[in-house]
Each structure stands twice: as structure tokens, then as C-alpha cells.
Design a protein around this ligand. Structure first.
Ligand code: CP
Length: 341
């Protein structure tokens, strides 16, 4: 695809060469993300970071990514802090904001809302999560992490065996990741969910049609043996019709070190899009996994900065210019990026 000036709304937009392109640019961003160098390639550019649902890592890492490229960030969080609360349409909001910014990142609780917003925007719009539908930048950073972890084991993404665990119905990160992995060859999906929270049929059917192996389970331990990646997710309680129904699913699937040792390979990579629900009744990833070197959850969040820098560089057409506007960092920088879990 031609990234310049494009909206990034769905992983359906990408083919394998697009993904390789994004990952090559993301690799180039590492010295800037880990503060070895700074660049001013987006000096004067403005990002509108619009988050109409709670977020920590997506909102902050998109903002940091833009700052790390030298641009400025304007944020709106919560509908009640915007004129959407006064009945303004997404169309009008988009038209107004695109007059003030060079690129817009948006999260919204309704499926399809970011695409609707993008129709009225005169600048590129990046989907940071639209309800239960998609979360393209999360899937890209997850895939980038999977590729890195598999490469370190002498493997590629082709022939991957992945277990996806938890709320596969409402989990937008899972939807986007499943589709993105579907671009590769011979992927084995073990989809493990409680009854009622299975992955959407349109996604599983399409993966099968492409020749991948898709097995669905309702028991955790049935599906997680011999997998390369164990991708655990949170129950998306905010998507349920009522809290009582959400409560019924809390804590059904919990992965801890005992379960991992009993069922997984010694080097199975443990991933989670985060946030994980650490309340005692939930604990989908137990704290006793923190010492497990295959726990990659914070390597994922670190990689999110690289991917989001790459997306900005590509849609704003500065990917080839980043190093020409760079200099070394002079202040103290702690070594923390890409280290540990
Ligand atoms: N993974 C993810 O989307 O996290 P946040 O909701 O904190 O942005």
C-alpha cells in the first residue's frame, strides 16, 4: 500500500510486504526510542490524540512516539471533555480537528466509528481501537514481538503455533492479530475461550479458508500444549450488556507457572496485550510468571513505541529523513528500553 497520507483503520489494509516495510522502519527507530539519539524530523507537526475510552499504553505510546520524532501532541480524553457531549457528530469533530492537526489518533467505544470519523478528516487518521472491532497498531506490535521472539529461537512466523486465550469475542487485539497472522503460512490457531466468548465466526472461517489450522477449545489446558506463543487476554468487561454477566466470566482462565510448566514447551513465549486484570478474582496472568524469561509482556509495550513511530513516519512521509534530522542525546538516559519481561 501507499502509506503516505493514508488512514490506518484495519489490518485488512496490509499485505506481507507492507508489514515488512513497517517493521524495517520500526527497526530504524530503535536508537530514538531508547534515547541514544534524538530527531526533529516532525518539528512543527501536530498530533491530535483523541481517546474516548480509557487507555494507558496506546495513548501514551502514540504521544511519546510523536514527540520522539520531534512533533507536538494535543490530547483529548473522555467524551465529556469534548463537544461530542453536546451532540456534535463525529463528522463535524473530524472536520474541525483535521484543520488543527497533521495526523489524528482516535479510540472510540463503537465498532466502525474511527472509519466513519476518517471519512470527514482531511489528515491521516489512525485507529487506536474501535470498540470490539480492531486494534491495528496493537496487532502490529504483537506481530513484531512474535517475529523477534521467534527469530531469537531460529524460527520465523510461518508454521507458528499460537494459543489465544480468554475473551475472544470482544477482544479487538485478538481480532486484529488473528487476521494479521493469517497473511503468513500454515499457522496453527488454538482458540481457547469460555462458552459464549468464542472468536467471531467470520474471522475463524476466513482463517480456515486460507488453509490455516483453527481449533476451538473451552478448557485452558486442552489447547496450550506444544504452542510457540501463549497469548492471554483480559475479559473485556466494559463490552458486556451488564456487570452481572461480566462477573460470571471473571477468573475462569488463569495462567500461572505450574500450568505453564505442566503444559507448555520450555521456551513458549507468554504474551498479553495488557492491561492484565490483576485483581485477586481475575489474575489471568499470575505474578509468579514474572521470573519466567519467556514472559514478553513488557517487551511488547516497548515495541509499541517503535511501531507507532514507524506508522507516523510512513503516513507523514518522513521515513527516509529521520536520520538527517538527528543528533546524540546529551542528558543521562537510564538503560530500560527492551530490557527484561
Ligand atoms: N493494549 C492496550 O490497548 O492498552 P491500553 O488500553 O492501556 O491502551
Amino acid at each position: 500500500m501507499d502509506f503516505v497520507g493514508s488512514h490506518i483503520l484495519s489490518v485488512n489494509q496490509f499485505d506481507r510486504s507492507d508489514i515488512e516495510h513497517i517493521f524495517r522502519v520500526a527497526d530504524e527507530m530503535r536508537p530514538y526510542a531508547n534515547r541514544a539519539r534524538i530527531t526533529h524530523v516532525l518539528d512543527g507537526a501536530i498530533l491530535s490524540n483523541m481517546f474516548f475510552e480509557p487507555s494507558t499504553r496506546t495513548r501514551v505510546s502514540f504521544g511519546c512516539a510523536f514527540n520522539l520524532l520531534g512533533g507536538e501532541v494535543r490530547e483529548t480524553t473522555e467524551v465529556k471533555a469534548s463537544s461530542l457531549a453536546k451532540g456534535e457528530s463525529l463528522y463535524d469533530t473530524a472536520r474541525v480537528l483535521s484543520g488543527y492537526s497533521d495526523v489524528i489518533v482516535m479510540r472510540h467505544p463503537e465498532a466502525g466509528s474511527v472509519a466513519e470519523f476518517a471519512k470527514a478528516s482531511r489528515v491521516p487518521v489512525i485507529n487506536a481501537g474501535d470498540g470490539p472491532n480492531e486494534h491495528p497498531s496493537q496487532a502490529l506490535l504483537d506481530l513484531y514481538t512474535i517475529r523477534k521472539e521467534m527469530n531469537s529461537r531460529g524460527r520465523s512466523i510461518d508454521d507458528l503455533r499460537i494459543a489465544l486465550v480468554g475473551d475472544l469475542k470482544y477482544g479487538r487485539a485478538v481480532h486484529s492479530l488473528c487476521k494479521l497472522l493469517g497473511l503468513f503460512d500454515n499457522v496453527h490457531y488454538q482458540l481457547i475461550s469460555p462458552p459464549g466468548l468464542e472468536a467471531p465466526e467470520n474471522i475463524t472461517k476466513e482463517l480456515s479458508r486460507r488453509g490455516h489450522h483453527v481449533d476451538e477449545h473451552h478448557e485452558l489446558e486442552q489447547g496450550i500444549d506444544h504452542v510457540d506463543i501463549l497469548y492471554v487476554t483480559r475479559t473485556q468487561e466494559e463490552r458486556f450488556p451488564d456487570q452481572e454477566e461480566a462477573d460470571r466470566y471473571r477468573g475462569l482462565f488463569r495462567v500461572n507457572q505450574d500450568i505453564y510448566t505442566k503444559n507448555c514447551e520450555p521456551n513458549t513465549v507468554i504474551m498479553h496485550p495488557l492491561p492484565r486484570d490483576s485483581r485477586a478474582q481475575a489474575q489471568e496472568l499470575d505474578d509468579d510468571l514474572m521470573q519466567n524469561p519467556n514472559l514478553a509482556i513488557f517487551r511488547q509495550t516497548d515495541n509499541g513505541v517503535l511501531i507507532r513511530m514507524a506508522l507516523f513516519a510512513l503516513v507523514l512521509d518522513v521515513a527516509g529523513e529521520v536520520h538527517n534530522h538527528a543528533k546524540p542525546v546529551t542528558w543521562y538516559t537510564a538503560k530500560r528500553f527492551g530490557e527484561g519481561a
